[in-house]
Design a protein around this ligand. Structure first.
Ligand SMILES: CSC[C@@H](O)[C@@H](O)C(=O)COP(=O)(O)O
Length: 368
């Protein structure tokens, strides 16, 4: 995707061939800062502190983290240490474990002297695969937007999204945003309602920023607005991303997604979830019961950071000093509220049989 006319991915190998560049997403939309990761620990910290975030990008960062680790120590112990360090960096997005399992499967059987080179090669493949998958999601999701556009010729198609499942959350294109970008490119009039996504405001800070850079018309709304818009026919469809889809089609995504799905259901608005296949966790059979929900620091709830009129970044507290706060970062939307799963292999029903039929190789791997 382009930033000020220059093509950027969200993560890349630097010119030296071994260190890793990534956009520091904590600084957006105020500053565009590139971070350089030079050690496995840097990758772990980048994931933990949300310098990078979004399920597919977390996976890609972990893959490069393993490659950086192999430069430091490619022994069996080094491999295990890197895996163990990275896998606990964040708990909910299954792409993290998926990418690490892929890396370990590629590296464990080979001679330690060959591991560093093989690790970079496999990490590069994971990164390229993410771009290709998201392009598939774009094609499949585009058909849904085209169908709506055909029913209201000349009118704008209004899409509501939550959090950031854009190119910043993946390597490129995004998942939820991929069909939107493609529709925009094809000349379909789209407009995006962007949930601000408290408490970290990934919608207001990141989704709005990237849609703006690509000229996609959008409006940032407080999280509580979606139901009202749906009641008044102002949302044609919702498309969100996900951090983990259970084998039964339950969808875990940023806190507040479930409430949007309820409102969509009540108002007959189609509610789609866009996901790359590494986000499916066939080992989890009941998403509500078994997907671990990250709880983050209360500071994200009590404090807000923004830019003052004279250009300074300032953090202010918005909650009384003594009030306890809770910060559940994700929730689970039951499959019955999901209209369809937009994947690289088509738009699927959110149920076990459809997921299993579309991704038999993932089922087989989960059974091993
Ligand atoms: C394509 S990204 C899908 C999800 O990871 C995204 O919707 C989301 O909830 C991100 O949460 P975050 O806490 O910012 O990592």
């Amino acid at each position: 995707m382009k930033v000020d006319g220059k093509h950027f991915r969200s993560i890349w190998r630097e010119r030296d061939g071994w260190s890793v560049g990534a956009i520091d997403q904590r600084r957006l939309p105020h500053e565009f800062v590139i971070a350089r990761l030079t050690a496995c620990e840097d990758a772990a910290v980048a994931i933990r502190d949300m310098l990078v975030r979004g399920a597919p990008l977390i996976g890609a960062t972990a893959a490069y983290g393993m490659a950086l680790a192999m430069r430091e120590d490619a022994s069996d112990e080094g491999l295990k240490r890197a895996y163990d360090t990275l896998v606990v960096a964040r708990p909910t997005a299954i792409n993290l474990k998926w990418a690490l399992d892929e890396m370990r499967a590629a590296l464990a059987p080979i001679d330690p002297v060959e591991r560093a080179e093989a690790a970079y090669a496999r990490a590069d493949e994971i990164v390229e695969q993410d771009v290709e998958i998201n392009r598939g999601i774009a094609d499949n999701g585009l058909k849904l937007i085209e169908a709506i556009a055909a029913k209201k010729p000349g009118e704008v198609v209004n899409v509501l999204t939550h959090c950031n499942a854009g190119w910043l959350a993946t390597v490129d294109w995004g998942t939820a945003t991929a069909p939107i970008y493609l529709a925009h490119e094809r000349g379909i009039k789209v407009h995006v309602w962007v949930d601000e996504t408290r408490p970290r405001n990934q919608g207001a800070s990141l989704t709005a920023w990237e849609l703006g850079h690509h000229g996609v018309p959008h409006t940032v709304i407080p999280d509580n607005t979606g139901g009202h818009l749906m009641q008044h026919g102002m949302v044609d469809l919702a498309i969100v991303g996900t951090d983990r889809v259970a084998a039964n089609g339950d969808v875990c995504n940023k806190i507040g997604t479930y409430l949007k799905a309820l409102a969509a259901h009540d108002n007959g608005v189609p509610f789609y979830v866009a996901l790359p296949s590494p986000t499916i966790d066939f080992a989890v059979h009941d998403g509500i019961r078994d997907i671990p929900i990250e709880q983050r620091s209360g500071v994200e709830v009590t404090d807000m950071t923004g830019r003052t009129a004279d250009g300074r970044l300032e953090t202010v507290r918005i909650v009384p000093e003594n009030s306890p706060v809770a910060n559940y970062a994700f929730d689970v939307t039951p499959a019955r509220l999901v209209t369809g799963l937009i994947t690289e292999r088509g738009v699927l029903k959110p149920d076990r049989d459809s997921l299993a039929a579309a991704f038999p190789e993932r089922i087989a791997a989960a059974a091993e």
